[in-house]
Design a protein around this ligand. Structure first.
Ligand code: PGA
Length: 250
């Protein structure tokens, strides 16, 4: 099946950062820029609506997590339906910080992904190995197992996105070699095909982990990299836009 070229996605993951102060300036800088990329910003829950308003529809806004069901007795969790009602378009799921801080397993990520899709959100499911797993030659097996356990069958139809984020590259300033990124993205592509059939070929695969203006062009040029999930560098509009300027159509 011939895929249509589309812009790479540059998704900002603000994590537990950001505040009401500064939101207007950030949004104004991003809105004023012309960028070849499809932009998405995922701030903390309370900033989703204000950021949507500040962007005026010019940039997509998403969440960093959602509940395992669409409603019910889950104290402290946020329903994916409520996020959709708020205007969020995407939700990051299974980020390694969720897995570490909250003990999230791929089984839980699967439930959240199903709930998000049912609510009409586009899930961005994160996978990635630890440094010990890479050193032990287990990186590809770990990622394959995470994909197998996390993704529901309708993932591709729901325009689901996979983010490959090696845990040891997040917030460390270290990145895998270009060859390692290319080979992991190829492994993910093969797994998606096996799990989801032909539709697996259309799933966007983002790279995440210490993407900065200085390394963006190199990383975004790698085969099968559909964009980037950016943490630290997404907090500054100028850095985010510099990364977006290095993107291309794929
Ligand atoms: P980083 O984070 O860009 O700060 O390394 C990426 C992420 O965790 O999504």
């Amino acid at each position: 099946m011939q895929q249509q070229a589309q812009p790479q996605m540059i998704a900002g993951n603000w994590k537990m950062n950001g505040s009401f102060a500064g939101l207007g300036d950030f949004a104004a800088s991003v809105r004023a820029a012309t960028t070849p990329a499809e932009l998405l910003i995922c701030p903390p829950f309370p900033l989703i609506r204000p950021l949507i308003e500040a962007f005026g529809g010019a940039v997509a806004v998403g969440a960093q997590d959602c509940g395992i069901e669409r409603a019910g007795a889950h104290t402290g969790d946020v329903s994916p339906d409520l996020l959709a009602e708020l205007g969020a378009s995407h939700v990051i799921l299974g980020h390694s910080e969720r897995r570490t801080d909250h003990g999230e397993t791929s089984v839980l990520v699967h439930r959240k992904t199903e709930a998000a899709i049912a609510a009409g959100l586009i899930p961005i499911v994160c996978v990635g190995e630890t440094e010990a797993e890479r050193d032990g030659g287990e990186a590809e097996n770990v990622v394959r197992a995470q994909l197998a356990a996390s993704l529901p069958k309708n993932f591709a139809e729901a325009r689901g996105i996979v983010a490959y984020e090696p845990v040891w590259a997040i917030g460390t300033g270290r990145t895998p070699s270009n060859d390692d990124i290319a080979s992991m993205h190829a492994t993910i592509r093969t797994s998606l095909g096996r799990q989801l059939g032909e539709a697996g070929g259309s799933v966007r695969i983002l790279y995440g982990g210490s993407v900065k203006p200085a390394n963006a062009a190199e990383i975004l040029a790698i085969q099968d990299v559909g964009g980037a999930l950016v943490g630290g560098a997404s907090l500054k509009a100028s850095d985010l836009l510099a990364i977006a300027a290095a993107s291309r159509s794929v």
